[in-house]
Design a protein around this ligand. Structure first.
Ligand code: DX5
Ligand code: ZN
Length: 239
């Protein structure tokens, strides 16, 4: 696995009245990706933003936009988000009748494809598709809201996912990212990285404090420092 940690601030906790500024501020603060949560009040009990808002932030986003679709059905929105400038699009297997087809649809636009597993979704949904994916995203909260507590059973699940991702990377010679979403903070980032995550979504832990670039930079640096320590100890364990 790679020696790197990507931090993806979730705009769900940003100030929606100043989204462009917030995007520029977190990127200046060190964000590697912009995590964009799309909710439909059907697949999840909340309603957020669609392709128009993605398109509106795109000129401000000098890092890839990591679109997390919590919508059902999912296929019709994929071309729209591809055109709106998504760098990655992830979806939940429960929201697609044909998971393989949805992955191919995302990739047909030259966009990276991710599959998202809820806390209770078993890893075997990856069995026949993992080698086509660019991203495996494990939810560490039930999707729908920011600011929830990290579900601890994600850690052993991550360890198993790490092994599946490593095997798939070896077989394909391609990079596949292992991302975690929900309740990630400075005080658990070390354990999350030690369990194998290389990409971390953080909403409420980043958009905090004085809500300016300096505050975001401090939050991102704190998470990254802990995560890199976890990644180093994982590397020693597996060496
Ligand atoms: C939850 C979303 C998350 C959420 C993370 O459904 O997918 O991206 O915004 O927020 P925190 O980091 O506050 O748990
Ligand atoms: Zn998300």
């Amino acid at each position: 696995m790679n020696n790197t940690i990507r931090i993806a601030p979730s705009l769900l906790s940003a100030d929606f009245a100043r989204l462009g500024e917030e995007v520029r501020a977190v990127i200046a603060a060190g964000a590697d990706l912009i995590h964009f949560d799309v909710m439909d009040n059907h697949y999840v009990p909340n309603l957020t933003v669609g392709p128009l808002v993605c398109q509106a932030i795109k000129p401000h986003a000098t890092v890839p936009i990591d679109v997390h679709l919590m919508v059902k059905p999912v296929d019709a929105l994929i071309p729209m988000f591809a055109q709106a400038g998504a760098g990655l699009i992830s979806f939940h297997p429960e929201a697609s009748e044909h998971v393989d087809r949805t992955i191919q649809l995302i990739k047909s636009f030259g966009v990276k494809a991710g599959l998202v597993l809820n806390p209770a979704t078993p890893l075997y949904v990856l069995d026949h598709v993992i080698e086509q994916l660019d991203l495996v995203l494990l939810m560490s909260v039930n999707p729908g809201f920011g600011g929830q507590s990290f579900i601890e059973s994600t850690l052993p699940k991550l360890e198993k996912a790490r092994r599946l991702v490593d095997t798939a990377m070896k077989n394909t010679g391609r990079e596949i990212w292992l991302e975690v979403d929900g309740g990630v903070k400075r005080d658990n980032a070390r354990r999350v990285a030690e369990a194998g995550a290389d990409t971390m979504v953080a909403g409420s832990a980043v958009f905090t404090g004085a809500r300016n670039t300096a505050a975001y930079a401090e939050a991102i640096a704190g998470i990254r420092e802990e995560a890199l320590a976890g990644q180093r100890s994982l590397a020693l364990e597996t060496a």
